[in-house]
Design a protein around this ligand. Structure first.
Ligand SMILES: [Zn+2]
Length: 402
């Protein structure tokens, strides 16, 4: 397991295409006195390692040698349902100093190769060595703070800025659907045509560290809401409901998986024990009560590789071959990308895909992007997937047949 993780991380390190950031090389100065602040930060006279920003997370930080720090990552639930150790911390020094960070995961293995940024916008891969459970990085701490994180940081504010920009000067509405457990906004973007009754529902960020899912959702939604002739035609026939960030508490806290109550929201679509899933279910029920119809749903996630979890053609949803036709067309359109479709169903798991199919009798998919998939490729796939979906839903092809 660990070996596979190492190989995967190394392999993707080579493939990874991000801008490189150059750092100032300054003379070294060191200090040894460190105060531990509730173990969540390391602050010495010279070097500060902190998590005092949205999504910031390291569970323990200890000085273990001269300019050598041990950071331990601990899941919010033990044992974690899914190995997804998130971390994001900031390093700054009064005088430039070379530091070594050793990062361990409690009871688990590393999943995300470290990234580094000075502005939390442009990221580069940080060099590291992985030996057993210890991930080691050598970093130049300077007066300019750097952030080290498991993936690019997409915090709650990012969604607000994105949604504002997307809806500005358009007919799309951008509003709060409800509040999270800790009172953060769960927002919705809607394209609603008074002549349209059928709804496409887009969900994102049930699982906070699954950044490549978010990186796919943005261009996917932008394509559905674009000014293109196809998208305009599509929006005459279909309404679109986008819930890009349904776990804002988990995102803020840098949780590995769950919401503020330690519940995996994508296992809660049967029980609705959480306010996040409950409000969305209620909103969809209201739409149906108003004579609207839920037609299709896409839920964005990340995993080891690119895969589309679908409902089986014999499951009994309407237009059984709709998704097979869509993803088959996507596969043909992208010769350099193999569309992996994995049909399956698990009625008791409480997964959103199953909920949409069981409750509304329609298709839904879990759209998974690989953790280390090239970021430009994620955009290309999303753009093509959205356009092909619109074409499929508008076409006269009979989706009741193979
Ligand atoms: Zn997920």
């Amino acid at each position: 397991m660990i070996l596979i993780a190492i190989k995967t991380m190394k392999k993707h390190l080579l493939n990874y295409s991000l801008l490189l950031i150059s750092f100032l090389l300054l003379s070294c100065a060191s200090t040894t006195s460190v105060e531990k602040q509730a173990n969540k930060s390391c602050v010495s006279a010279n070097v500060k390692i902190t998590t005092d920003f949205a999504t910031g997370r390291m569970d323990e930080c200890t000085l273990i040698g001269e300019n050598e720090y041990l950071i331990t990552l601990i899941p919010e639930n033990i044992p974690p349902i899914n190995s997804s150790p998130w971390y994001a911390f900031k390093i700054q020094a009064k005088q430039a100093t070379d530091i070594r960070i050793i990062m361990k995961v409690q009871g688990d293995v590393h999943r995300y190769p470290p990234k580094i940024s000075t502005d939390a916008k442009k990221w580069a891969l940080q060099k590291y060595r992985l030996k057993g459970e210890r991930l080691t990085m050598d970093i130049k701490a300077t007066t300019t703070p750097v952030i080290i994180a498991g993936q690019e940081i997409i915090n709650n504010q990012y969604y607000v800025d994105w949604a504002n920009k997307l809806s500005q000067g358009t007919d799309f509405t951008y509003q709060e659907l409800g509040k999270s457990t800790q009172g953060r906004s769960i927002d919705k973007i809607e394209s609603r045509n008074k002549n349209a009754k059928e709804w496409i529902v887009i969900l994102g960020r049930q699982h906070p560290p699954e950044i490549t899912g978010a990186l796919a959702l943005f261009p996917f939604v932008e394509t559905l809401l674009a000014d293109s002739p196809l998208a305009k035609k599509f929006r005459e026939k279909y309404n679109i409901l986008v819930l890009p960030n349904i776990n804002p508490d988990g995102v803020h806290a840098g949780n590995w998986r769950s919401n503020a109550n330690g519940i995996d929201l994508n296992r809660d679509w049967n029980d609705f024990s959480q306010v996040e899933t409950r409000q969305i279910n209620h909103y969809l029920e209201q739409l149906v009560a108003q004579g609207q119809k839920i037609k299709f749903a896409v839920d964005f996630h990340s995993t080891r590789s690119d895969v589309f979890y679908t409902m089986p053609v014999d499951y009994g949803v309407e237009q059984p071959y709709l998704v097979k036709h869509w993803l088959g067309d996507l596969d043909k359109q992208m010769p350099d990308f193999t569309v992996k479709q994995k049909p399956g169903n698990n009625p008791d798991a409480g997964v959103s895909k199953q909920y949409f199919s069981d409750k509304f009798g329609v298709h839904a998919i879990t759209y998974e992007m690989g953790d280390n998939t090239d970021r430009y490729q994620i955009k290309r796939i999303a753009y093509n997937a959205a356009n092909t979906l619109m074409a499929t839903l508008l076409s006269d092809v009979n989706h009741n047949k193979p």
